[in-house]
Design a protein around this ligand. Structure first.
Ligand code: PGA
Length: 256
């Protein structure tokens, strides 16, 4: 076991919400309470059209900006898409493999692997999202699903960036108000860390930051924050409310 300290990371995934006016209001209302948080990393993932606004509003603060999606090619005739190279200078982080991309847009393990390559090659930080469905959990398949998703995503990747982020997000907990119990999240995080140790090495596993995602709110955040293998959260619904999101960031900063 290598002893490394892991800086907690909280992501706010706005998904496809907010027109520009509302988005700018939310960005400004996040900046004030969060601009001086240095104990944890805070990353806001606005819809793609507002990435530039986020960069402007957060300028010279510690708040980082991320993209919700990326195409794996570096450029080409792919209407409506953006490449990792185009995100350089705007986004620090990129979410890869979110279950909504997998389920609603048919993203395959192979595409997720290609996207992960492109993000790492561009020097951006990926947040790789994995997690089982309700049926898979009910039939005792969770560990196999995590193994399949992770090993497929890591195909032909020789080394993970140090401090790489994986979000464990059980599909049944996303946007449902039915979060996983902290114990379930902790057990899944242990499995994810063990799988990374098996595929790479102890250093990669110990420096790996694992977020829990799925109906995190101001009430349940501290129970997740106090789990040994959980190093942050990926937050959807509650990230659209600046008071709630700031409160969750404070909870993680206090509990680290
Ligand atoms: P939720 O979304 O917090 O609304 O459940 C989490 C996510 O999709 O990352």
């Amino acid at each position: 076991m290598v002893n490394v300290s892991r800086t907690p990371i909280i992501g706010g995934n706005w998904k496809m919400h907010h027109t520009r006016g509302l988005a700018r209001e939310l960005l400004f209302s996040l900046r004030a309470p969060l601009e001086d948080f240095h104990q944890i990393e805070i990353v806001i993932f606005p819809p793609a059209p507002w990435l530039g606004d986020a960069v402007d509003v957060f300028e010279s603060s510690s708040i980082l900006v991320g993209a919700q999606n990326v195409h794996s090619a570096s450029e080409g005739a792919f209407t409506g898409e953006q490449s990792a190279a185009m995100l350089i200078g705007t986004a620090n982080y990129v979410i890869v493999g979110h279950s909504e991309r997998r389920l609603l847009f048919g993203e395959t393990d192979r595409q997720i692997n290609e996207k992960l390559h492109s993000v790492i090659d561009a020097g951006l930080e990926p947040i790789l999202a994995v997690g089982e469905s309700q049926d898979e959990r009910a039939s005792g398949e969770t560990d196999n699903v995590l193994r399949r998703q992770l090993f497929a995503a890591f195909e032909n990747i020789e080394m993970l960036p140090v401090g790489m982020v994986i979000a464990y997000e059980p599909v049944w907990a996303i946007g449902t108000g039915m979060s996983a119990s902290p114990e379930i999240a902790q057990m899944a995080a242990v499995t994810v860390r063990a799988l990374v140790a098996e595929r790479f090495d102890e250093l990669a596993a110990d420096s790996l930051r694992i977020q829990y995602g799925g109906s995190v709110n101001t009430t349940n955040a501290s129970a997740f924050a106090s789990q040994t293998d959980i190093d942050g959260a990926l937050i959807g619904g509650a990230s659209l409310n600046s008071n709630d999101f700031s409160a969750i960031c404070e909870i993680f900063a206090r509990t680290q």
